[in-house]
Design a binder for this molecule. Structure first.
Ligand code: ADP
Ligand code: MG
Length: 253
């Protein structure tokens, strides 16, 4: 059965999607069988994987509502992993799920059917602690938390950790934090160093050693329809994600 990692942080713009697509591609380059689930109605992981989200007839929305099987919705993308795509339609799922049975466990049930075909399943979460994110946490073994080292980062973290604890108590006792990834790191910024140190103090070895720097190639990659680790592997940003991939894979011998 695949190891399932939810990439989550309720703050927007912290690097969840960039981390998700680069890890998916990086793991695929290391020979792992990877499924990436786009669970954000913005569909950025879909676009970043080179898939035109406006042309999709069926997406993760249909999987969650039980209208389609994950095995029929997934698609192989050029960067070597499988993708369950998303688009704006997913925004409606939040409301429609509320009245359905097992509303928090629907993604988990859907992924159980394809889990044996993968080494890793990555879930790119939306920027909220909504029912979609709870579905991701109920399905996951671990949560990977990308964060920017800025003042309010720590504040949001306690809400996130609180949600993880609640899901662990009520839905998924095996859920744990895989680690925190420091993204868009700017070494010239004193506050970034300060926050980074605080993170290490609070979370110890749960903070990945690899620092992802701010690097424009990571931001440009989506417009080329491939993660930076595929499109410009020599760039500083891609190299950081290659190192992060190795660091994460080392944790799962
Ligand atoms: P989230 O999924 O958390 O909202 P994204 O991964 O979409 O965050 O990142 C937000 C924006 O910042 C995007 O435009 C992305 O391309 C850019 N970005 C992400 N990581 C980096 C980085 N390390 N350096 C430069 N730009 C980045
Ligand atoms: Mg995103």
């Amino acid at each position: 059965m695949a190891r399932i990692l939810a990439v989550a942080n309720q703050k927007g713009g912290v690097g969840k999607t960039t981390t998700s697509v680069n890890l998916a591609a990086g793991m695929a380059q290391s020979g792992r069988r990877v499924l990436l689930v786009d669970l954000d109605p913005q569909g950025n992981a879909t676009t970043g994987s080179g898939v035109n989200k406006s042309k999709l007839e069926r997406t993760v929305y249909h999987v969650l509502l039980g209208l389609a099987d994950a095995s029929n919705i997934r698609m192989r993308v050029e960067s070597g992993y499988d993708l369950i795509p998303a688009n704006r339609e997913l925004a409606g799922a939040e409301v429609e799920l509320v009245d359905l049975p097992n509303r928090e466990g629907r993604l988990r049930a859907a992924l159980e059917r394809v889990g044996s075909e993968y080494d890793f399943i990555l879930i790119d979460c939306p920027p909220s602690l909504s029912l979609l994110t709870v579905n991701a946490f109920a399905a996951a073994d671990q949560v990977l938390i990308p964060m920017q080292c800025e003042y309010y980062a720590l504040e949001g973290l306690s809400d996130l950790v609180g949600t993880i604890k609640r899901v662990r108590a009520n839905l998924n006792p095996r859920l744990e934090i895989a680690g925190l990834v420091r993204t868009m790191f700017d070494p010239r910024n004193t506050l970034a160093h300060h926050v980074s140190q605080q993170l290490e103090q609070h979370f110890g070895d749960k903070v990945y050693r690899t620092l992802v720097p701010r690097n424009v190639r990571l931001a440009e990659a989506p417009s080329y329809g491939a993660p930076a680790v595929v499109w410009d592997k020599a760039s500083k940003g891609a190299q950081a994600y290659v190192a992060l991939t190795e660091e994460i894979l080392k944790g799962y011998p």
